[in-house]
Design a protein around this ligand. Structure first.
Ligand code: FVH
Length: 275
């Protein structure tokens, strides 16, 4: 049985993929990285990662492939040409999506002889590898038991069931809660502003420590300016919000109860347009 000495390949070097690879490198893991557009691996290579020039090459270099891309479509597009290399291997998907997408991906990969664990990252790039970070996993329990120590450096491993859709389901539900919290924070800022409070002091000394790591991606500035830092790519956030809304539709949950999600989506699109 393989242990935490397993060689890990990371497919996708967005803000999150880079954070995952960095945490694994810091723990001494052997890491190979791949990204569609070249030029994102330099810092990781300087820290000891190997860069693969193709998806197949990255998969061939590892015992475990970890995928962290924009969305389900990009995962399918990336993996389809490399199914032969994946056969007989193990893959963990940490890309956000719906429960249906995770179940269908599990079926597709299982049909090609791939052992698969679905994941949902409960962290943002700067908190990957810290005490607060945890990762939801769903799929076969024996596979989780084998991989949990391997992936421990990125965050605490938390298994949520055999159904491959559950990690995505809980991830999306938790994200919905997070964006709802942001809508509440926007209201808080508006309230302080309307009553003549010092908005900047309130944000810095009260709201920021209160809402901790969720604040930067969910709260608009008092003057309506978008304040989305680079590591929270607003285009990715917009896709994530669209995913939550479509996943709600798929589950039959009325989206008119989720006005805060549409409000956050509107803000992220505005931030994209402003870049
Ligand atoms: N960053 C965060 O705060 C959240 C925290 C919770 C989990 N999410 C999910 O993680 C996935 C990746 O997010 P990210 O932050 O890395 O996103 P980006 O920085 O925008 O990077 C996107 C990567 O996806 C690649 N990509 C996009 N489309 C394709 C495609 N058709 N084929 C292959 N790769 C594709 C992109 O590659 P490139 O544009 O650089 O070539 C980036 O590697 C995401 O599911 C979040 O919901 C992050």
């Amino acid at each position: 049985m393989k242990t935490h000495h397993e060689r890990i390949s990371i497919l996708g070097l967005g803000a999150m993929g880079r954070a995952l690879a960095g945490a694994l490198l810091d723990s001494g893991r052997e890491v190979t990285v791949w990204n569609r557009i070249a030029g994102k691996a330099d810092e990781l290579v300087a820290r000891g990662a190997r860069e693969a020039s193709s998806v197949a090459g990255a998969i061939g270099a590892g015992d475990l492939a970890v995928v962290c891309l924009l969305d389900d479509a990009s995962v399918r597009e990336t993996l389809a040409p490399a199914l032969r290399e994946l056969a007989g291997g193990t893959l963990v998907n940490l890309t956000s999506g719906s429960a249906r997408q995770a179940r269908e991906l599990a079926g597709w990969l299982g049909g090609h002889g791939v052992r698969f664990l679905a994941g949902g990252i409960m962290a943002v790039p700067p908190t990957v590898g810290t005490d607060g970070a945890f990762i939801l996993y769903s799929g076969a329990r024996d596979l989780f038991d084998r991989l949990a120590p391997v992936l421990a450096p990125i965050g605490r491993s938390h298994w949520v069931g055999e159904d491959p859709g559950f990690a995505a389901l809980y991830d999306m539900a938790a994200l919905s809660g997070m964006y709802g919290m942001g809508a509440g924070a926007d209201h808080a800022v508006a309230l302080v502003h309307a009553e003549g409070g010092d908005v900047e002091t309130f944000r810095r000394e009260v709201l920021q420590p209160w809402m901790e790591q969720m604040l930067p991606i969910t709260v608009a500035g008092a003057d309506g300016r978008e304040t989305v830092p680079d590591e929270f790519n607003p285009a990715m956030q917009a896709t994530g919000l669209e995913n939550i809304l479509s996943a709600s539709g798929e589950a039959g949950v009325p989206t008119d109860l989720a006005g805060h999600l549409n409000a956050s989506l509107w803000r992220m699109r505005r931030a994209v347009a402003a870049r």
